[in-house]
Design a protein around this ligand. Structure first.
Ligand SMILES: *[C@@H]1O[C@H](CO)[C@@H](O)[C@H](O)[C@H]1NC(C)=O
Ligand SMILES: *[C@@H]1O[C@H](CO)[C@@H](O)[C@H](O)[C@H]1NC(C)=O
Ligand SMILES: *[C@@H]1O[C@H](CO)[C@@H](O)[C@H](O)[C@H]1NC(C)=O
Ligand SMILES: *[C@@H]1O[C@H](CO)[C@@H](O)[C@H](O)[C@H]1NC(C)=O
Length: 336
């Protein structure tokens, strides 16, 4: 069944040149979730603006700096010594499989309407691969994030962190692997006044493999987490704390995963061993289960059920049995 499906999908893809996944109606290839359906309007990035190709750190920095709509096509390795700040109204899109960001990651601060797509971002030191702070309408799509999990939780920071009242974000079709702390939403229990009522994030069709914690971990917001594939997500995958709400459906867990979903207000030792001796430090979060998940052998630990029981938008749910195949075929770079 699985082999035949892979064959069928690759055949359709070579015949049509289009994504077989979207084509066959198995999943959405376009923006979907909170970055599409929200009170401000669909995320369009640089649509309607000029298109420029950049191959150097200097050209990248100047092309992303202002708030004018622009599509920036990225070629080759860009090794940043400090974090480039991405302005509003930008699509930053890697060309083929060539675009590789390393050194310092991307900073989205006080901005609106940004698409980041088809970039490999790896071995970022001293900060996150991408930080979204006080920003709205962001679509992080079809990227690859990786480092080295063997160096422990504090060698590298987050892969995609979404903080300071950011809102209306979709994180789709990314390949996150070999990294400890993946995606943190709300980075401090003291920021309730800034964060509460914001931090609406959709995570779908992401492939997490050999990761430690935070797939994602949320505070004070709402996250819809559907059709993701978790392979060897070692310690704790989805974590909801400090009155956060998650709606979790149609996900598949494989391999070695201790806890698929938890609402304990605890910072577990594997998450932040140096800052926590680990008691029940924060308020618990809430979790709701929608369409069936396949937890594999992982634990599920829900202390309170909330009221985020249905996504406030239409979306394409991939049948549970097809999730591993569809996610492996579609997630990561070089697929769009
Ligand atoms: C984004 O672009 C639109 C259309 O040009 C413009 O109206 C808006 O002000 C821009 N956003 C920012 C933050 O400058
Ligand atoms: C990036 O540049 C730094 C020096 O600024 C260097 O140490 C590092 O090896 C470079 N990384 C890559 C992947 O080229
Ligand atoms: C958040 O971003 C908005 C829009 O750019 C800005 O007006 C506001 O001052 C920012 N707030 C903070 C706390 O930086
Ligand atoms: C639930 O999580 C708490 C806190 O991490 C832990 O003490 C408890 O053993 C867990 N229960 C189950 C059934 O996994």
């Amino acid at each position: 069944m699985r082999l035949n499906l892979v064959l069928l999908l690759s055949t359709v893809s070579s015949l049509t040149g289009a994504s077989p996944l979207g084509f066959l109606g198995l999943a959405s290839w376009d923006v979907e979730g909170f970055a599409k359906d929200n009170p401000i309007g669909t995320t369009t990035g640089g649509a309607g603006g000029e298109r420029v190709t950049v191959e150097t750190v200097e050209d990248f920095r100047s092309a992303v700096a202002d708030n004018v709509p622009r599509t920036i096509l990225v070629k080759g390795n860009l090794n940043f010594t400090s974090r480039p700040k991405i302005g509003s109204n930008k699509s930053v899109i890697g060309v083929g499989r060539t675009a590789h960001i390393t050194g310092s990651g991307l900073d989205l601060y006080n901005v609106d309407n940004i698409i980041i797509r088809n970039l490999k971002v790896s071995f970022i030191l001293g900060n996150d691969c991408i930080t979204i702070r006080n920003s709205t309408r962001v679509w992080i799509d079809h990227n690859e994030f990786a480092s080295d999990i063997s160096k422990g939780p504090d060698e590298f920071d987050g892969q995609v962190d979404i903080i300071r009242g950011s809102d209306w974000v979709t994180v789709s079709w990314n390949y996150f692997h070999d990294h400890w702390k993946s995606s943190l939403i709300g980075n401090d229990p003291a920021f309730r006044d800034i964060d509460f009522g914001h931090l609406h994030v959709t995570y779908h069709h992401n492939h997490w493999r050999n990761e430690g914690t935070r797939g994602p971990a949320g505070r004070f917001g709402h996250q819809h987490v559907y059709n993701n594939l978790y392979e060897d997500f070692l310690y704790q995958a989805i974590h909801s704390r400090s009155d956060n709400q998650v709606l979790v459906e149609g996900n598949v867990f494989r391999g070695n995963t201790r806890e698929a979903l938890s609402t304990y207000g605890l910072v577990i030792p594997d998450d932040s061993p140096n800052t926590c001796v680990c008691g029940d430090e924060e308020l618990d979060g809430y979790a709701n289960l929608g369409a069936r998940n396949d937890w594999g052998g992982a634990g599920v630990n829900i202390t309170q059920v909330g009221d985020f029981v249905k996504a406030p938008y239409k979306f394409k749910l991939t049948p549970l049995l097809l999730v591993p195949t569809v996610v492996k075929l579609g997630a990561g770079i070089g697929k769009i």
